[in-house]
Design a protein around this ligand. Structure first.
Ligand code: ADP
Length: 331
């Protein structure tokens, strides 16, 4: 592995007692793309928010452990959080351009950091718009409102705005989930170029995107670090059954289902009790498929089932409300 940029040591996070990150320790390499993968609710965004301490803005949260960036512990009370955040650009799910012109969106950060002269600002605006592949599309209308750009263009503008304050690290939280395929491809292409100069961490539940982009992979499941390592190795030859199941469950053939149980309309903990009953009725090693629509069940049912010693093969969102949970009964 190349040089470490971000070192995460024994990080735990709780939301009002809900243990969202469980003793996570992992090293994130410099100037590479690290993808954090795992099903919804497994702690990906929480881990990302720990890295820039945006987690501090959430009510009821507590966290512990260490995150070393350039050997400085960003959880240490003595650390200046403004300095830490200056090192990081954040690309969110949805682009939120500032309510000003395209030019001013890019010039805003450098101006705050003391750069006032127009020739210098002009050069910066051009440099970063070129870097994200937006310059040719907007060079003749730099003074139009950023809100007039398409969603995909706005996301590239937000990337450029983040880069204009010269961060070392780019944190991306599902950066293409709101975009059409062509705009997503644009963002992916920019990230692949940018990794020559920046350390990039991307949260994604899109396994194909992780395969296209990642040099390094971190697989989380129910707040635990299941597996991490070189992306090629993890994707081609995962060490952990849960990683294999997550990868397979998303894009390969499904395992044979022995029993199916529709638990829609049942809330926790009744759906859990019914799931346990169904498991009782099938043989060891057989597969039970559950469909649930209670958001709490997506977390709590797999947690309880695993505590009983069975294997969770996959947890998949089927549509806006419904989730599928595949369980292999213990041998
Ligand atoms: P992911 O990004 O993988 O979807 P999150 O990090 O958002 O997962 O969430 C991890 C767990 O923490 C989930 O159980 C989620 O419900 C819970 N959680 C996330 N944000 C909050 C919050 N602001 N308040 C309470 N619980 C939260």
């Amino acid at each position: 592995m190349s040089e470490t940029h971000i070192e995460i040591e024994n990080v735990n996070a709780y939301y009002n007692g809900n243990h969202a990150l469980k003793n996570i320790s992992v090293k994130i390499p410099k100037k590479q793309i690290t993808a954090i993968i795992g099903p919804s609710g497994c702690g990906k965004s929480t881990l990302l928010k720990c890295m820039n301490r945006l987690i501090d803005l959430t009510d009821g949260v507590t966290y512990s452990g260490k995150i070393l960036i350039d050997n400085e512990d960003i959880f240490d009370r003595k650390t200046d959080i403004v300095d830490v955040r200056k090192k990081m650009g954040l690309l969110a799910q949805k682009p939120i351009p500032l309510p000003m012109s395209i030019y001013e969106n890019i010039a805003f950060g450098p101006k705050i950091h003391g750069l006032k002269k127009k020739p210098g600002l002009d050069a910066i605006v051009e440099k970063y718009l070129k870097l994200v592949g937006l310059w040719e599309e907007v060079k003749d209308r730099l003074n139009s409102p950023a809100s007039q750009l398409s969603l995909g263009q706005q996301q590239r503008l937000c990337l450029a705005r983040g880069l204009a304050v010269e961060p070392e690290i780019i944190l991306c939280d599902e950066p293409t989930s709101a975009l059409d395929p062509v705009s997503s491809q644009h963002i992916e292409q920019q990230l692949l170029k940018l990794k020559n100069d920046y350390t990039i961490v991307i949260v994604t539940h899109n396994i194909h995107q992780a395969m296209r982009l990642a040099d390094y992979v971190i697989h989380l499941y129910l707040g635990e670090l299941v597996e991490h390592g070189d992306a090629k190795e993890v994707f081609e030859n995962p060490k952990e059954e849960r990683t294999r199941a997550y990868i397979n469950g998303t894009f390969q053939t499904e395992p044979k289902i022995d029993k199916e149980l529709n638990l829609k309309g049942n809330v926790c903990p009744y759906n859990f009790v019914l799931a346990k009953q169904a498991l009782h009725e099938i043989g060891a090693g057989k597969i039970l498929k559950l469909i649930v629509d209670d958001p709490l069940a997506v977390i709590e049912v797999p947690r309880g089932i695993e505590a009983d010693g069975h294997d969770i093969i996959s947890v998949k969102q089927l549509n806006k409300k419904d989730w599928e949970i595949l369980i292999r009964k213990k041998e």
